[in-house]
Design a protein around this ligand. Sequence first.
Ligand SMILES: Nc1nc2c(ncn2[C@@H]2O[C@H](COP(=O)(O)OP(=O)(O)OP(=O)(O)O)[C@@H](O)[C@H]2O)c(=O)[nH]1
Ligand SMILES: [Mg+2]
Length: 400
Amino acid sequence: MSSNIGQEAQAAYEKYLDAKSIDERIKRLEEFLSLVPKHKATEKIVALNKSRLAKLRREQEAEKIRIKATSKQISPFSIKKEGIQLILISDYHSPGVGKTSLLNLLTGAVRDKIGKFSPVPEIGIYEHNKVRFQIVAMPPIRQGAASGIGNGKEIISQLRACDLICFCVDLSRDYKEQIELLLNELNKSHVRINVPPPPITIEKTGSNKIQVFFLTNEARELNDVEDLTEKIKEISHAGGIRNGVVKVFGKIELDQVVDALNLSVVYKKIIILGTKGDLALTKNTFNELEKSYSNIFPLVIGTSAKKKKIPSDFGRIVLNYLQKMKVYTMNKGIVDEKPLLLDNSINQPTIRDVTLKIHRSFLESFDHAVVIRKDAKQEKKKVGLKYLLKENDIIELYTK
Ligand SMILES: Nc1nc2c(ncn2[C@@H]2O[C@H](COP(=O)(O)OP(=O)(O)OP(=O)(O)O)[C@@H](O)[C@H]2O)c(=O)[nH]1
Ligand SMILES: [Mg+2]
């Protein structure tokens, strides 16, 4: 840079050369241009740097647009979970089954979106007996969603994390077509439906090859345990595990060993919500559907958003289906209005589960608990961590 630009401008120019970000470079270059004396000898330098500045501003603008576009792409599908999350889905090829209408019926949200195609998730909160349910109406699922078609990856990744998937099936149209498409895409995405996770765990270890342990009586009583052990070892080996501990807790099939090795397999509970139950012949369709899919879907609920019909205790039905037990905590004699939901699907919950649900520190500093059970002989009881809980128990924890 020539010496006739002055010291200050020279210093600003050097700062510009050192600047890392676009914003910083723009700022330094503006500074330089304001400091450099404007005359014939500096004309070219000024022009050159004005052009540089314009280019930087264009780059800055493009960067802003890019950031905005990416955040827009991510945001509608990454839903912050709240309460018990229910996701409504349907078959794209049978448009307008009534998901947005059901969401509106349950939560009062999105009234103005009914009858319009929903390209992004719509969300509302439904409350039943102080339990909050987040209801999400997803855009419908296209054929090929499992391989990403129609935001398939984003939709399915949300389904994998939710508490309950609700297939919304229009009862006035071919129900089989709608259900089969959804089943097919979920199956391809390794989502197992309405079956408990297999009673087997596989953990990798550093050495000792593959060891198999049968840990319950049910597991030990399986036919030909030795043969099974060999097969499990072979499957694990083929699945890339050279060293590991396999624990079997109950009756298992070999397919389940393969599933246990595949981390992308998830186990989800799914119900069917039959929609438009006010239309002609839908009663017959409902009965037929319920019967023909009873082996996969133990719970099918008929609804009509038009007639505002959905069971008034829908929340309780969902909690039962998810095998959630409701208990209440108490602090200094005041019972919390909001229930605590405990998982009652595998083992009956205990006080220990309550401490863990509230905060791990409660388990470490636990002394005893007092349980109030309204219909029990002894209504109030001092108990320990292993005490088995029942629905509607009131619990006060005491720490050391
Ligand atoms: N007769 C009748 N019509 C309904 C019912 N529920 C929804 N509809 C109508 O069906 C059409 C589609 O309803 P939406 O709730 O927008 O359907 P959707 O599943 O959200 O549709 P997409 O967002 O396109 O997937 C609208 O015209 C609704 O008025 C119902 O219970 N009975
Ligand atoms: Mg909709």
